[in-house]
Ligand binder design. Sequence first.
Ligand code: DOR
Ligand code: ZN
Length: 348
Amino acid sequence: MTEPNAPDRLVLRRPDDWHVHLRDGAMLADVARHTARQFARAIVMPNLKPPVTTVAAAAAYRERIVAATGPGFTPLMTCYLHDGIAPDELVRGHGEGVFTAAKLYPAHATTNSAAGVTDVRHITAALEAMQRIGMPLLLHGEVTDHGTDIFDREAAFIDRVLIGLVRDFPALKIVFEHITTYEAVAFVEAGPATIAATITPHHLLINRNAMFEGGIRPHAYCLPVAKRETHRLALRRAATSGNPKFFLGTDSAPHAVGDKESACGCAGIFNAPFALESYARVFEEEGVLDRLQGFASEFGPDFYGLPRNADFITLERAASPVPARIAAAGTEVVPFHAGETLGWRFAG
Ligand code: DOR
Ligand code: ZN
């Protein structure tokens, strides 16, 4: 549904991306600029090889990102939590302005998560320290046991882990990342003000059928995996509701085309090049373009306790053809919406 009298230009306070994978090396050099073109800041995920577990590693990674993007973009760094994390490392990194937050990957949940947390009880001291200093915990919210169906892993995480975390750490700020289910929407809505969630463009636009449309479609595969249509509709209602607990996090996760189109293809969707165009489509279809600014530019910084950006960007109603592939790291990456034409264009 398009709004009657829909505008041809949207001027928005500059958005931030509260969840992105910028990679490293040659891939970083080629993908980071896509994020820096649209967003002022981004929460940068630490699942490199090896993962970013120390203040020194995060500070060095931040320098490599800034070298890749140039000035005008602020990477907000995260610490990769693991069973042996020292609370002092988190406290020092946060105090020195290096770590904005820490990311909990359940071990083996996703790309480069083998060194993640095997049981949240192993990081109790770290969580207590984070709660004390006001450092947000970012969650990949899926259980990893093979007995749990892949489509049920997020809902099971709420029951088995998240309810206990919220109860035991009542002042800890928690971001439930890239939510994919109505159970997650309902939990965040009903929860205390300390819990919020990010929502990706792809989970707003595709359901699990997209992975099997006429054949196996590796470019629609990400983690948490897209769920059935009822869940997508719940996510759209949450994202476009104006509830400040839900904000923008793309989870843009580039992989070389050969690593996706493989007998064991990597999880991840590269949506950074047209991220705002993609979100704008959703808000327009829901008839609430006027709520895009809150979701994209206001609720995230408010939750993190950071200032909103002072400058503005413009989206124009114009055809945005999305290329089939984008060159990166001496190979190519297939972007989200490859081959489609979107109806909004980021104009700077
Ligand atoms: O699809 C995903 N890709 N989900 C994740 O959790 C990680 C990410 C990646 O790093 O490739
Ligand atoms: Zn991610």
